[in-house]
Design a protein around this ligand. Structure first.
Ligand SMILES: Cc1ncc(C[n+]2csc(CCOP(=O)(O)OP(=O)(O)O)c2C)c(N)n1
Length: 556
């Protein structure tokens, strides 16, 4: 009988689940897995820090809307990935983290990279965390882990694999690789809820649709466009759902914070169809600023625990957003619905007025570059279909002002954790998921430093990500926070470091940019070269993005 290792069984199960790539950083504990991945043609994108490996698995999962896999070794390999676990958990990103750990026979022997309970640490940061103890259990438990990670609401899982379980030899005929690994689940809404929801929407004067991450995860782009067009209701989205309705669509109003621009009397939404939205940070909690207190909410959300958590739901629909939109559209097609051109015009005017605020910034001719000028030039000159990663704090808030994407899953940025420094990792994952699409990573100068050695990963794996560093020589969101509350600036300034030269030293292209007219051509040239690049752009530290000011006003 042929004999295989536990590591081989683990990788056979990954292959059976359709896993094509993993991200990781080697350690002897993981050796059988690394060898088996090579044998099964599952490339491992090996990073320079486990934080980046974890974030790359998240970036892959989010760009490809499928499971990401991260391999981290025992002890410090695992602890280095904890921020990624937390980020994936709060964002509901389906990632399988496999951690190596000390051999079971070495329990409580003060051995290397051991002595911490990795499963206990991972448990509050995952949907499921478990240590495998019997080699023949590996396929069953890997399949179980993947099922949990990918079933809604999706999220990360950790499978801890002790070294002696991975190196143990098993007769392959005694073990079966499961075939039912992930199950497609799309719970449909109830008939009555659909009828009343459509009545409520049609009775509204100023209805809006809010598309959230849950809607994006349900893959409902076509259904969203159809329903919005049938009813004429404007659509706003959170960042994960950005591009679900193309930004160029006449009914797209912008990201959720732009609802603040509908503040004038007679222009506040009165009925909200919230699709896969989790009320909280991106709706300014339960506050009245974005979603008026008086507005009636139809909350469609796959996780019933989210319905009613911060906002009462006039109609609660614990179901899949795509199925719900299909059912709503089927009903709407047979009805004569209200004409909504007046309300659409209000939303369009608010959108246009927001752009006007930055007319002066755009006209600035001499350095320093205004951050709005920088992001506007990036969006104007990056190629079509570019996936944008948004890191930093003010940097990504500036990007939020101008980003326009016509495909879902093309703007990958902060969720509830607000983990500055994850951008290079996310970009590695997104570029791996879409080798032929351009990927741009926008980073703050603070953010890019967290995993700066990942320029080496980009170079070694020939991942042609263009990284733009918004260099304001500051942890600007922190500095501005200190200034806003009247404190002296302390510990929040950075130097004018040459991140472009660091990237060059790792084998990437590098450019240092101080004038706005250089930026557009530099973006075009960087993408044309098809090599990883760092554009280090000196920008003005003084301006503060309006979205951040809105958030700050809520917390002051
Ligand atoms: C890992 C992590 N550490 C610290 C913070 C707190 N923090 C929030 S914004 C910010 C400043 C970010 O600076 P930078 O990346 O340069 O972006 P900028 O605000 O200048 O655009 C910091 C340190 C955080 N969110 N995440």
């Amino acid at each position: 009988m042929a004999q295989v290792t536990g590591g081989e069984l683990l990788v056979r199960t990954l292959a059976a689940a359709g896993v094509k790539t993993a991200f990781g950083l080697h350690g002897a504990h993981l050796e059988t897995i690394f060898q088996a991945c090579a044998a099964h043609d599952i490339p491992i994108i090996d990073t320079r820090h486990e934080a980046a490996a974890g974030h790359a698995a998240e970036g892959y999962a989010r760009a490809a809307r499928r499971l990401g896999v991260a391999l981290v070794t025992a002890g410090p390999g695992f602890t280095n990935a904890i921020t990624s676990l937390a980020n994936a958990y709060l964002d509901r990103t389906p990632v399988l983290y496999v951690s190596g750990s000390a051999a079971l026979r070495d329990a409580e022997t003060n051995t290397l990279q051991a002595g911490i309970d990795q499963v206990a640490i991972a448990r509050p940061l995952t949907k499921w965390a478990h240590a495998v103890t019997l080699p023949r259990d590996i396929p069953r438990l890997v399949a179980h882990a993947i099922r949990i990670a990918t079933s809604p609401p999706s999220g990360p899982v950790l499978l801890d694999a002790p070294m002696d379980v991975l190196t143990a030899i098993v007769d392959e005929e005694t073990v079966r690789i499961p075939r039912t690994i992930a199950v497609d689940t799309h719970p449909a809404p109830g008939e009555t809820a659909i009828e009343t929801a459509l009545d409520l929407l049609d009775s509204a004067e100023r209805p809006v649709i809010l598309a959230g991450a849950g809607a994006w995860q349900c893959d409902c782009a076509a259904e969203l466009a159809e329903f919005a067009e049938l009813t004429g209701i404007p659509v706003f989205s959170d960042f994960q759902a950005h591009g679900l309705l193309p930004s160029a669509h006449a009914l797209y109003g912008g990201t959720l914070h732009k609802l603040a621009d509908l503040a004038a009397p007679g222009s506040r939404p009165d009925v909200v169809l919230a699709l896969g939205v989790r009320f909280g940070l991106f709706t300014l909690g339960a506050s009245d600023r974005l979603v008026p207190a008086a507005a009636r909410v139809i909350h469609v959300e796959i996780d019933p625990r989210e319905i009613g958590k911060l906002r009462d739901a006039a109609i609660a629909i614990p179901a899949d957003s795509r199925e719900t939109l299909r059912a709503l559209a089927a009903k709407a097609r047979g009805r004569r619905l209200r004409e909504r051109s007046g309300w659409q015009q209000v939303v369009r005017s608010a959108k246009a007025a927001r752009g006007e605020r930055f007319r002066e910034a755009l006209a600035r001719e001499t350095p320093p570059i205004h951050p709005y000028q920088a992001v506007a030039a990036i969006v104007e000159h990056m190629p079509a279909e570019t996936i944008v990663i948004g890191d930093g704090a003010e940097a990504y808030h500036w990007m939020n002002e101008v980003i326009r994407q016509d495909r879902p899953g093309s703007y990958i940025t902060h969720g509830f954790l607000g983990a500055v420094g994850f951008g290079l990792g996310l970009a590695i994952g997104a570029q791996t998921a879409h080798p032929s699409r351009p990927v741009l990573c926008l980073a703050g100068d603070g953010a890019v430093g967290f995993t700066i050695a990942e320029f080496d990963t980009l170079a070694r794996h020939r991942l042609p990500v263009v990284v733009v560093v918004m260099n304001n020589r500051s942890w600007a969101a922190s500095q501005h926070f200190q200034e806003m509350i009247g404190n002296p600036v302390a510990g929040t300034r950075l130097s004018s470091a040459r991140y472009d030269q660091v990237a060059q030293a790792f084998g990437c292209e590098g450019r240092y940019i101080t004038r706005i007219e250089e930026l557009g051509p530099a973006i075009r040239e960087a993408f044309a070269r098809g090599r990883p690049a760092c554009l280090n752009v000196e920008i003005d530290v003084a301006p503060m993005p309006p979205e951040l000011a809105l958030l700050a006003s809520r917390h002051s």
